[in-house]
Ligand binder design. Structure first.
Ligand code: NAD
Length: 489
């Protein structure tokens, strides 16, 4: 089992901006632009994919033959241990990623705990199918067996939340795993490693490999003994993973980028819609794949919506991640901040209007945060559908508001994009909601709400937003192989 034993990654308060050393990455702290870790040989900690696969292979026979109930008990223990240290995990996630402490405390870490509890429970309730062919003296039934060693790769925006969303179903089904958190945000994964023994997860069942995508990630993806890859990250990396795993015919689950529309009809309840749409645009600094970034508003309410939406956006406080009253913290890195700001500049150059945020107001930050990677929530309007701000994933606190007239028109425009992850519809007309939800090319549609999830149901995107679905039944099907068995009697 690969568990970093020397200087812990928590000490290096993570790691990102790629250094000369290809196996480690040193990181500027998002909230103050200070180097957090600059020395130490971490070579031994990373890139032990081969050893991890060997440990996972050794652990598989015993882990996969435990009963679901036994695995469930162990997973619940791990959930309890993370929960007992919730505050320490939340502090680390906030410092490491730049997100607010409130978001880490109320969303990231509670969800990581729940991921283990949820799959520890759901694994107890699956059934298989059986059919009879009495005329042939036969019956058929299906059986599911774990796929083997699962390779799990996750991004930096919801670090422990998304890593555990993969580890939990994979081990519940009896697989052993090689999991790689993003090199930008590895601290909470490291903290969780320290709890695995305490939870009595047998050695080799959960192997966490720390390293960069092109090195550790590719080594997992192209390893012939890792038949399953569950990946969450950018579309570009997802495409690369498809290529690298093709020679091995691997089973893939890809959760990729999004460019999500919110469609607001004239009969929407604006008192509900406006604060929720501000949140759906800017939560976690806009660094959630499900964030809204294209807002289509019907002409009759366009001016009122815009005025109230901008007023509400201006109330959002950008502050130190440790400030419990802040709505937004720092973006993940200097490079990402520059990329996001460039989109605003491009929109301006194309003739769009910036209504608030970047370039319009100035940030008020505590002295120690003034070199951090902060940005105000930014609202853009008068932007064309074909503009890069309407077509490309920005993954930051920028949202575009445009006007539409008819239902038919808005469906076409909302679908006129390569992505298809999530959409939001606001209307009090239930017929309209159903018609539009059915026709949107989107794996998830929220109506009159945002981000309410039932983990029982499928999660995932269409088109360039991914392949496959995850959730109670879907993850079970992904992390197991089904066999059909025929008995002649
Ligand atoms: P990314 O694709 O750069 O990296 C994601 C992970 O893949 C990291 O662990 C990285 O080290 C690894 N990786 C990079 N190159 C690799 C390679 N060649 N082989 C194997 N692994 C490799 O994505 P990111 O910048 O960390 O995350 C942001 C992206 O993630 C956004 O596009 C966002 O929409 C997407 N995302 C999607 C979902 C979803 O559920 N659909 C959820 C969260 C984030």
């Amino acid at each position: 089992m690969i568990r970093p034993q020397e200087k812990c990654i928590a000490e290096c308060q993570t790691v990102a901006k790629r250094s000369e050393n290809p196996t480690i990455a040193l990181r500027l702290h998002p909230s103050n632009n200070h180097w957090s870790f600059t020395k130490g040989n971490l070579l031994l900690l990373f890139q032990r994919v081969e050893a991890a696969v060997s440990a996972a292979r050794d652990a598989f026979p015993s882990w996969s033959s435990k009963s679901p109930w036994e695995r469930s008990q162990i997973m619940n223990k791990l959930a309890d241990l993370i929960e007992q240290e919730l505050e320490a995990f939340a502090q680390a996630e906030s410092k490491d990623q730049g997100k607010t402490i409130t978001f880490a405390r109320t969303v990231d870490i509670p969800r990581a705990v729940y991921n283990f509890r949820f799959f520890a429970s759901s694994i107890l309730h699956h059934t298989s199918e059986c059919t009879q062919m009495d005329q042939m003296g036969c019956m058929h039934y299906t059986m599911r067996v774990p796929g083997g060693i699962a390779g799990l790769i996750s991004p930096w925006n919801l670090p422990l939340y998304l890593l555990t969303w993969k580890i939990a179903p994979a081990i519940a089904c009896g697989n052993s795993v090689i999991a790689k958190p993003s090199e930008m945000t590895s601290v909470t994964a490291w903290m969780m490693c320290k709890l695995l023994d305490k939870a009595e997860i047998p050695p080799g069942v959960v192997n966490i490999v720390f390293g960069t995508g092109p090195k550790a990630g590719e080594a997992i993806v192209s390893h012939p003994d890792v038949p399953l890859i569950s990946f969450t990250g950018s579309t570009l990396t997802g495409q690369l993973i498809m290529e690298r795993s093709a020679p091995h015919c691997k089973k893939l689950s890809l959760e990729l980028g999004g460019k999500n529309p919110a469609i607001i009809f004239e009969d929407a309840d604006l008192d509900q819609c406006i604060p929720t749409t501000v949140r759906s645009s800017f939560a976690n600094q806009g660094e959630i794949c499900l964030c809204t970034s294209r807002i289509f508003v019907q002409r009759g309410i366009y001016h009122e919506f815009l005025k109230r939406f901008v007023e509400e956006t201006k109330k959002w406080k950008v502050g130190s991640p440790s400030d419990p009253t802040a709505n937004m913290g720092a973006l993940i890195s200097k490079e990402h901040l520059e990329k996001v700001k460039k989109y605003v500049k491009k929109a301006e150059a194309e003739g769009a209007r910036i209504l608030c945020g970047e370039g319009i107001e100035s940030l008020q930050l505590p002295t120690r945060n003034q070199n951090g990677y902060f940005m105000l929530p930014t609202v853009i309007t008068e932007v064309k559908d074909e503009s890069c701000c309407m077509q490309q994933e920005i993954f930051g606190p920028v949202t575009c508001v445009v006007v539409f007239d008819t239902e038919e028109e808005v469906i076409k425009r909302a679908n006129g994009i390569k992505y298809g992850l999530a959409a939001t519809i606001w209307s009090s007309n239930v017929g309209c909601v159903h018609r539009v939800a059915k026709r949107l090319q989107s794996g998830l549609v929220w109506t009159n709400c945002w981000l309410i999830r039932d983990l029982n149901l499928p999660f995932g995107g269409m088109k360039f937003s991914g392949i496959g679905r995850e959730g109670a039944k879907d993850s079970y099907e992904f992390f197991t192989e089904v066999k059909t068995i025929t008995i002649k009697h």
